[in-house]
Every structure is written in C-alpha cells, then in structure tokens.
Design a protein around this ligand. Structure first.
Ligand SMILES: C[S@@+](CC[C@H](N)C(=O)[O-])C[C@H]1O[C@@H](n2cnc3c(N)ncnc32)[C@H](O)[C@@H]1O
Length: 329
C-alpha cells in the first residue's frame, strides 16, 4: 500500500526535518508488511527534543487507523551533547502536541552506562536519528538495541559515518577525520577563514579572542562528543551483537533532501532495496548520513523462545527497571 504526498499534506503535519519524512517512509515499509498485530510499539533511542516522536505520533495513527501505536523514547543525562535542561522541555513539547498520550510514563532519562530501561523483546520498531555518531560505546548500544527489539522487529538508524566529508554539526568539511587535536584546531581555524561554519566576527577588538574561543570550543565538541564509525567498524560491531545490517535505503535519503530543496516532501512506503541501492549507499556515505536497517531474525539455528538468545547481565538488570516502569512482560 503506497501512501503519497498529498495525504500527508492533507493532514497538515509537516516534518521539521527531512530525516523525519525519510524515517517515516522506512517505518511504512515495515508496517505495510507486518502481520496482524494490532499494537505497534515504537522506541526512539536518543530522542532529544522529541520532534521525531511528535511527528510520528501525529502521522502514523492517521495513516494506519487499524493499528494502535505505543510511542516511547529515551535519552541519556550524562553525555553532555544536549543542554542541561533539555529533558523537561522535551516532555512539555510532546504533552502539548498530543495531550491524549501519557508521555511521562513513556519517556525515560537514563545514564549512558545504564541498561536501557525496557524488557527484552518489547519493541516492534527501534529508531535512532543522528545519535550513533555520538555513542561512546557502540557495542553496548547494539547489545541493548538487539535485546529490546522483538525477534521479528525492525530497526532503522540514520547517522553519518566517518567516511562523510561534511560535518553537519560545525557546518565544515572533514573536521572529524582528524585524530590529532592540534591539527584539528588548525583545520577549523582555516575553515573559519574560508567562511565555513557559524562563526560571526564581533566588532573590532574582541574578534581574535572570540575566534580562538570558537575554534577551541568546536574542536572540543568534535573530540569529546562525537565518535564516528567506519562502515567496517559498524558492520563488525552489529554482527558481534547478533544483528543483520543493510544500508539499502541510504540513497533514498539523498532523494528526500533533493526533493526538499525543490520544496516537496515525499512520503510513502519504500520498496525493497534493489541492486542500485548497493552503489547508492556507497556513494552517499561520503556526502551525508547513511540509513542502517537492522534486524535480529534468524533462520539458521533459529532462536528459542520469543525473547531469544542468551540472557546477559545487562538484560537482567534492565528487566527490573522495565518492570518498575510497567513495561515488563
Ligand atoms: C544530535 S542529538 C539528536 C537528537 C534527536 N535524535 C534528534 O534527531 O533531534 C544526539 C542525541 O544522542 C543522544 N545520545 C548520545 N549518546 C547516546 C547513547 N549512548 N544512548 C542513547 N542516546 C545517546 C544525546 O543525548 C542526544 O540527545
């Protein structure tokens, strides 16, 4: 079933970012193929300001009126990439946008090293948007992702790899390629000279000092708050944690961006990725975020039981947290 642009426009719900319409189209691919389960549970990992949740909670129930959607999100309190007081604003924003949902019981703030506070195999869809380039321990992230994903569930993750030549955070090229801090600082300084980035020279006098501060602060941000993976590192860490990976829809994100430049938003279930997507993914990883689809289903030596796999210490710990929050099964 294809659901087109006009239908979304008619709903008067516009995505605030192309990433949102792209992720919606990925979810629609999954939902159009999903069996008859009446309730679909969706988790936005590293949900930040909650805009993606707000958008999906507004659009999906109208696109799929025969399904019930249960939306959840969580973020971490001690990474430092977000402003200190962002979480209350996230809850307020979502409560204002859809007051009929009990957001306080669906949104969680945890520590970076805490097991995610949800029981095993509890989500049909697990999403993350612009999160994985910040994650300090990808092994832990994917171990937890696999644990909370249902065996027939689906995960879509949009984020830039190390191969990407453009750094969206600083609006400068190549900064995250530097391992040497001093060289990185010199590179940012050069980029500022070439008018990349958001540095605004102040009136005479304070400008040189302001520039030094800007360069140091942004170098610190990239050094301490980002952790870009290569495609090989990503393939290895997802495999190690029992997940199957595909980059199949990466090129579609580029189409979405081009359409956005033309003032259009295209929403509709993406088709099964074809051969072209192999080359598309390879080409797009140098210019923008890749789309990583993950699943945990297995045919060879099929898993026993619905939660499947080996129980880990992290899994056991998180179960008690989840039961506390009413998510225990
Ligand atoms: C650039 S923001 C993106 C926020 C949101 N997903 C969005 O699209 O606006 C990156 C987010 O990743 C979160 N984050 C960083 N490391 C994380 C981790 N290990 N687990 C979950 N979230 C993490 C940060 O707290 C932050 O909210």
């Amino acid at each position: 079933m294809q659901r087109g642009t006009t239908r979304l426009d008619a709903m008067e719900t516009r995505p605030v970012s192309t990433t949102h319409s792209h992720i919606l189209s990925c979810c629609m691919h999954f939902l159009d193929r999903k069996g008859s389960t009446p309730t679909v549970s969706i988790m936005d990992v590293g949900c930040g300001n909650g805009e993606l949740l707000r958008f999906l909670a507004s659009v999906l129930p109208r696109l799929y009126p025969h399904l019930n959607f249960d939306f959840f999100g969580f973020d971490i309190c001690d990474h430092g990439v977000q402003k200190v007081d962002y979480w209350n604003k996230t809850i307020e924003r979502l409560e204002k946008a859809s007051p009929n949902r009990d957001w306080k019981s669906k949104l969680f703030l945890v520590s970076e090293n805490d097991p995610w506070p949800f029981s095993d195999a509890s989500f049909d869809i697990v999403l993350s948007n612009q999160v994985l380039e910040h994650v300090r321990s990808p092994d832990f992230f994917f171990q937890q992702l696999r644990r909370i994903l249902k065996p027939d569930g689906f995960s879509v993750n949009l984020f830039p790899l190390r191969h990407c030549t453009w750094g969206g955070h600083l609006q400068m090229p190549l900064v995250h390629w530097f391992r040497d801090f001093r060289l990185m600082r010199m590179w940012i300084n050069l980029c500022v000279s070439l008018s990349f980035g958001k540095f605004k020279p102040t009136p005479a006098g304070s400008s040189a000092e302001a520039r030094r501060h800007f360069v140091e602060k942004h170098a610190d941000y990239v050094h301490f708050y980002t952790n870009y993976m290569t495609a090989d590192e990503l393939a290895a860490v997802t495999k190690r944690n029992g997940l199957k990976l595909s980059f199949g829809w990466s090129h579609r994100f580029v189409w979405q961006k081009l359409l956005q430049l033309a003032g259009r938003t295209l929403v509709g279930a993406y088709p099964v990725p074809g051969w072209l997507s192999v080359f598309g993914a390879f080409a797009t990883r140098s210019v923008t975020s890749v789309t990583v689809e993950l699943s945990r289903s297995r045919k060879y030596r099929e898993e026993a039981g619905s939660s499947g796999g080996t129980r880990t210490l992290a899994g056991d710990l998180s179960l008690s947290g989840a039961q506390q929050h009413g998510m225990g099964k």
